[in-house]
Design a protein around this ligand. Structure first.
Ligand code: GLU
Length: 493
């Protein structure tokens, strides 16, 4: 059997967005599954819209996701001579022709066709020019484009789409499309095929929005005498209002970088992406890399579009709740050492990292992450919601401050009393910390909750979290005592 060869050929005209990343992922999975190769080809022939920034963004985005490729990045502009040779071959074999129609002529014909409700598309005026006529026009310096000579057949062109099944298009519906612009530059439709033939691509997995290209490109494969690859057209990804997801209308929330910058775990994000248009046929949702490669198949890709259901305005659920819940799953269950690596990267960025977390306080660091991760949504939460465990400059949330602290003036004396008792304890541990708080509450004739909730607020800045006495021991007696004694600072002077 021949090796499967797949490609991801983004046009570098913007960041890597959800749709592009999903396309890359499906191609990658299929390459891995079949023991094949994945090629990255940057389709940068649109000089006006391609940018270096976009190329870097795409490459970094793939790297973050862990979607590696076996060849490339190739740059389409490095292969212009191949594209031109392809066009020349078609001209030489009379499978393409030079078209001298001017824009004005074409516009006028289009208007007439529209008015008469006729089929749009090129009418073939230059298709039958003789060699002499062509030579004459060229000698007169008239500009021309090159058009593909679509076979005139009263037949159906059919191919088997791996996802959608048999696709049938009548030859009459395909006009003589342009393959080379008047400035001599070959167009995307042709470049893409010439590159795929040269790169020996066996499978093309791309969005359904490319289906009209596919029928034309199949004609190009045939005309160039190359075997057809397998085509698989994926469903589009829509937003909650069923509009196509695009960078233009949705902004950075559809960019892969947004998820990297918001503390998503790369594999968790792949796990989310794969479910946007594919399902294993049962209700499994969480897949390790190996499991996913095993379970993935083109046949199980959905035929109809999928919805990326983000809620832009809810700060907690600032993106598709599914993306968050899958991220939470990984964050809360992954090996703690792996999580620690990711938190380290966050902490370095936030200026919270200390080398002792990898040396003398490694066990403390891992235990602390383990203690606090159960309520966290993204990696960012370790430096924000979890900040009090690692630094003294944490913020105290308004809500618990009002509810648990400011309501009781007496805490200004009670919490320092508790601090004194904690300081005096011979051994400060979960049991003694709890007992001391309960005994003091009894003496003061208040509910232990008053002390516990206010302590949580002052010591962690948060409304909720792990068991309070676990927290106290984790944060450590010295810091706890110090923070309890600062209670006064929270009341208006
Ligand atoms: N450069 C095209 C795009 O980004 C490639 C499409 C394809 O052939 O897969 O849409």
């Amino acid at each position: 059997m021949t090796e499967t060869r797949l490609r991801f050929p983004p046009s570098p005209t913007g960041y890597l967005h959800i749709g592009g990343a999903r396309t890359a992922l499906y191609n990658w999975l299929y390459a891995k599954k079949t023991g094949g190769k994945l090629i990255l080809r940057i389709e940068d022939t649109d000089a006006e819209r391609s940018t270096d920034e976009s190329i870097t963004g795409i490459i970094e985005g793939l790297e973050w996701l862990g979607i590696d490729y076996d060849e490339g990045p190739y740059f389409q502009t490095d292969f212009t001579s191949d594209h031109k040779a392809g066009a020349q071959k078609l001209l030489d074999e009379k499978k393409a022709y030079k078209c001298f129609c001017t824009k004005e002529e074409l516009d006028a014909k289009r208007e007439t066709a529209l008015a008469n409700k006729q089929q749009l598309g090129y009418d073939g005026t230059c298709r039958n020019l003789t060699d002499e006529q062509v030579a004459e026009k060229e000698a007169a310096g008239l500009p021309y484009v090159v058009r593909f000579k679509t076979p005139k057949k009263d037949e159906i062109l059919q191919y088997d789409d791996k996802i959608l099944g048999p696709i049938r298009v009548h030859y009459k519906e395909i006009d003589d499309f342009v393959i080379v612009r008047s400035n001599g530059m070959p167009l995307y439709l042709l470049c893409n095929v010439v590159d795929d033939i040269r790169d020996r691509i066996t499978h093309i997995i791309r969005g359904q929005d490319h289906m009209t290209n596919t029928t034309r490109q199949i004609l190009l494969y045939e005309a160039l005498g190359a075997p057809l690859p397998v085509f698989a057209h994926m469903p589009l990804t829509l937003d909650a209002k069923k509009a196509k997801i695009s960078k233009r209308s949705h902004g950075e929330i559809v960019a892969v970088q947004f998820y990297r910058d918001h503390g998503f775990i790369p594999w968790a994000f792949n796990n989310f992406l794969v479910l946007l248009g594919w399902s294993p046929g049962n209700d499994q949702e969480i897949f390790s890399k190996e499991e996913l490669i095993e379970a993935f198949s083109l046949e199980k890709i959905n035929k109809s579009s999928s919805v990326f259901n983000f809620k832009k305005d809810d700060p907690k659920f600032f993106t598709d709740p599914k993306a968050i819940s899958i991220n939470e799953h990984y964050l809360r269950t992954m090996k703690i050492e792996e999580l620690a690596e990711m938190v380290k990267a966050e902490f370095i960025q936030e200026g919270l990292w200390k080398d002792e977390y990898e040396n003398e306080r490694k066990a403390w660091f891992l235990d602390t992450l383990n203690l606090i991760r159960d309520r966290f949504h993204t990696l960012k939460d370790f430096a924000t919601m979890g900040r009090a465990y690692f630094a003294d400059d944490f913020e105290v949330d308004e809500k618990p401050l009002k509810k648990n602290v400011l309501k009781f003036e007496e805490l200004k004396t009670w919490l320092p009393m508790l601090a004194d008792r904690y300081e005096a304890l011979e051994d400060f541990n979960i049991e003694t910390a709890e007992e001391t708080a309960r005994v003091l509450a009894d003496e003061l004739e208040i509910k232990p909750g008053v002390l516990i909730n206010s302590m949580r607020t002052i010591v962690t800045g948060q409304l909720a979290g792990p068991s309070m006495f676990d927290i106290l021991v984790t944060i450590g007696r010295d810091k706890v005592v110090e923070r309890l004694r600062k209670i006064n600072e929270f009341y208006p002077a």
